[in-house]
Structures are given as C-alpha cells and as structure tokens.
Write a protein that binds this ligand. Structure first.
Ligand SMILES: [Cu+2]
Length: 331
C-alpha cells in the first residue's frame, strides 16, 4: 500500500523540499556539458521528473546543428524514431564530408514515472567546423498523459540561462584537446571499399632504428569477408603483417604471410602488444608529429591509403606495455 499525501499537502511538501533540489536536477540537462569539437560525443540527456506528477511517455529531442553522424541508443520498452534531414552546411567527417543526418529523435511508448529518473542517449561527432566557446542547444520535449514540458528556451545574449524557466539542454564546445585534433581525426582514417579504417597511428622511432610498427582498426561494413594481404609505405623498404603469440611464456612475433581475414561485419584491431603492421628497413626515423602514408591492399582488390600520424616515442595504447618493435630483431 502506498501512502499518498492529499494534493494540498503534496504541494506543501514540494515547497518544503524545493530548496534542496538543485537547478541541475530540476531541469533536463546533459550529463557532460562541455566537450571538444572534432571528436565524438555521447549526449546523455537526463530526465529528472515527469510533467507535474504525470509520467513521461515520450521524449523528443532536436539535434543541434554541428552535432553530426548522430545515432540514438534504443531503449527497451520505448519505440525509437528518427527524422533525417540536410545539415545547414557540409561537415568534414571520418570518411569524407557529410551534409545530412539525424535531426530529431523520438523515444515513445514508454513509461517513466514522475518519481523516477532516466537517461536518453545519442552518440555522434562534434564537427570540427564548430567554433570553440559556442553553445549547442538540445531542445527537448517531454510528453505525458497530462501535459507536456518543453525545454526549448535559449537565453538571449547576455541573459543568464539560470533565469529561464524551461531552458534547452546546453553543450559548450571546447577547443580540441591535445592529440585529438580535427586533423588527427582526418588522418588515421580512410574508407577502402567496404572497409573502414579507423584510429590508425604509428610511433616515432629512435635514430638508427630499422623497423617501426603501425596500429589501426579495420571494420568490414560489407556482406562478404575480405583479407588484408599486403601493406606498403614509401617510408620503409617493405611492410608486413605481424601477430604476437605466447610460446613457452615468451612473447614472439609472427609474420602472417597469408594476411588477416576481416569477416563480414567484423572488426580487426591492430594494437600494441597484439597484431600490428611492421615497417622494415625504414628510410629514415619516423618523426613525431609527421604522418606516413600506408597503402593497404585486400584480397578483393580493394586498395587504399591511410595516413598514420606519428605519435611520441613512448606512445602506447594506454593499456599494457608490449612495445613489441623495440625488442624486435629482424629476421
Ligand atoms: Cu613485428
């Protein structure tokens, strides 16, 4: 049995509680209110309450200009709908410019009681064309059996957003953080047929070093498997595909002479301590801050070049050490 206060007392209770409910909890907002341009961003919309006691059954959000390549996250029990449309301009994206995408998302048919809290998520990319310091406003409408809430107010210049009754959720755009620059997002990725190359990079090499290693992710967006069979770069005499295997407790390098298959819909990751591209007979040391073009050839005949940004000597993939090429005596 639930205890419910009579209406007038409910309002009194709300009034008494009001000072303890912060502005941020009371309004629809984003979990992360500031993020750098030229990088992916996960918009987590926080819905703190229903429409004056009534449960929320629909949440609709307008995607602001400059938040591109947006994909909503489905929610069990809610029906997902999107509206696509043209952007106001075209934006640079991983695999070339895009000029249209998801502009509006609607989750409906759920039930979020007034007493509960929930989050609605959309993932996308903050265009590198956005100016640092600008605000992106996510207009949100909550629909309930009784009434609706429109979080759509945008403060006029010089007006404090806190003075608004129903402000839109706001995201402040920051400058790129070191390393994740828009240029770095451009380099390190490529589209080769139905193969998406992402996050490619290599590490600077010491004076006199003869080998370097390259890392990247290959995603097969097609419906048939393909195999990476060869790797070449003008920076080195030859390129190979290597794997690391543990034999008798010792990590060893193994050349994958037949290449590596990427299943349809699959992802293959080349990373420190694991599979990697190996560049032999470097023509000169790989210098931090430069880029080296690497051409990948697949069994299907698909061939393309991706630029690998050269990171610092100590660069690693955050996790485990495994700097395989430093201890790499060739062959
Ligand atoms: Cu190797």
């Amino acid at each position: 049995m639930t205890f419910r206060l009579p209406r007038p007392l409910q309002s009194l209770a709300l009034f008494l509680l009001a000072p303890f409910v912060s502005q941020a909890q009371a309004h629809v907002g984003l979990e992360r209110g500031e993020a750098p341009r030229g990088a992916s961003y996960k918009a987590v919309l926080k819905i703190p309450h229903g429409c004056d006691g009534s449960p929320t059954h629909t949440v609709r959000v307008e995607i602001p200009e400059g938040f591109i390549g947006v994909k909503p996250m489905p929610k069990p029990g809610w029906t997902l709908k999107t509206v696509r449309g043209p952007y106001a301009q075209s934006y640079g994206f991983y695999h070339g410019p895009i000029s249209e995408g998801v502009k509006e998302i609607e989750w409906s048919g759920g039930e979020l009681p007034d007493d509960y809290y929930d989050e609605f998520v959309a993932s996308g990319f903050l265009a590198k064309e956005l100016d640092p310091g600008v605000n992106l406003y996510f207009k949100v409408v909550q629909v309930c059996p009784k009434g609706e809430l429109k979080w759509v107010e945008i403060p006029a210049a010089g007006v404090d957003a806190h003075s608004l009754k129903a402000p839109a959720a706001v995201l402040k755009i920051a400058a790129e953080t070191g390393g994740v620059s828009a240029k770095a997002a451009d380099a390190g990725s490529a589209s080769i047929g139905s193969l998406a190359i992402e996050g490619a990079w290599t590490r600077a090499t010491a004076e006199g070093a003869k080998v370097g290693a390259g890392y990247l992710t290959i995603r097969n967006t097609g419906t048939t498997a393909d195999t990476l069979v060869s790797v070449t770069t003008p920076a080195a005499g030859s390129g190979e595909i290597h794997d690391m295997t543990m034999t008798d407790g010792v990590m060893r390098m193994r050349r994958m002479a037949d290449g590596i298959e990427i299943p349809a819909g699959g992802i293959i990751e080349f990373k420190p301590g694991g599979m990697h591209l190996m560049f032999m007979d470097l023509k000169q040391p790989l210098a931090e801050g430069s880029r080296i073009p690497v051409t990948l050839m697949f069994k299907s005949g698909a061939t393309g070049t991706v630029e690998l940004p050269v990171r610092g000597l100590g660069a690693n993939d955050a996790k485990k050490g495994g700097d395989e090429h430093s201890g790499h005596s060739h062959h």
